[in-house]
Design a protein. Structure first.
Length: 82
């Protein structure tokens, strides 16, 4: 169990560092991993799917711009939602 948790944490660390370094493939992977969940959140704030998609895009631009601020405390998904 502990080994599995450490492996997940190691993967998150690598993912975040690759995104900070500007690796487009890793950023694309992160986007596709979380976009569906985040789209659900965006749809709660607007009635228009088009507006929700715009919010989602703007949100991920902010995620990638501010990713260096993620401190690895708490889940990455929770940080992205903020």
């Amino acid at each position: 169990m502990q080994g599995e948790i450490n492996s997940i944490l190691d993967n998150v660390i690598v993912l975040v560092k690759e995104c900070i370094a500007g690796n487009r493939n890793t950023q694309n992977r992160l986007y596709h991993s979380y976009a569906t969940k985040m789209m659900t959140v965006c749809l709660r704030y607007t009635k228009s799917r088009q507006d929700a998609e715009e919010i989602l895009r703007e949100g991920f631009v902010k995620v990638f711009t501010c990713m260096h601020q993620y401190k690895f405390s708490g889940s990455l998904e929770g940080w992205i939602k903020k």
